[in-house]
Design a protein around this ligand. Structure first.
Ligand code: ISJ
Length: 106
């Protein structure tokens, strides 16, 4: 793709910097949101270990995936990507839950 009225080098640089400031803010928000999510899933893991509940709950995950796919469609985000992203996070959460369970059993 090329344009007849390409901005000069300085304008290109400034525009990219401005886009990237917004990306950096969004990445920061994602990190804080993920940190909060892992804080509460840590509590769920401790609760499950205490009362001998299984680390994973596939029915709950299925409902979350269906809901997230609907939300993604509404937000014009690829539902397959959203599902992969949620599964990636949940896998890590379950790994933590298994670790907590093992530590409690020691
Ligand atoms: C957090 C939980 O444990 C697991 C992790 C989940 C998650 O990260 O959302 C969902 C279901 C479980 O497989 C839960 O049971 O709610």
């Amino acid at each position: 793709m090329s344009s007849d009225n390409r901005p000069d080098e300085q304008e290109l640089k400034d525009q990219l910097t401005s886009f990237r400031e917004s990306i950096d803010n969004i990445d920061a928000a994602l990190v804080y949101m993920l940190a909060e999510r892992f804080k509460i899933t840590q509590k769920v893991g401790e609760y499950k270990a205490k009362y001998d509940l299984p680390p994973a709950d596939k029915d709950r995950e299925q409902r979350q995936i269906e809901r997230l796919r609907r939300l993604a469609e509404d937000a014009n985000l690829d539902p397959d990507f959203s599902e992969k992203f949620l599964n990636f996070i949940i896998k890590e959460v379950i790994r933590h839950h298994e670790q907590i369970r093992e530590a409690e059993g020691e």
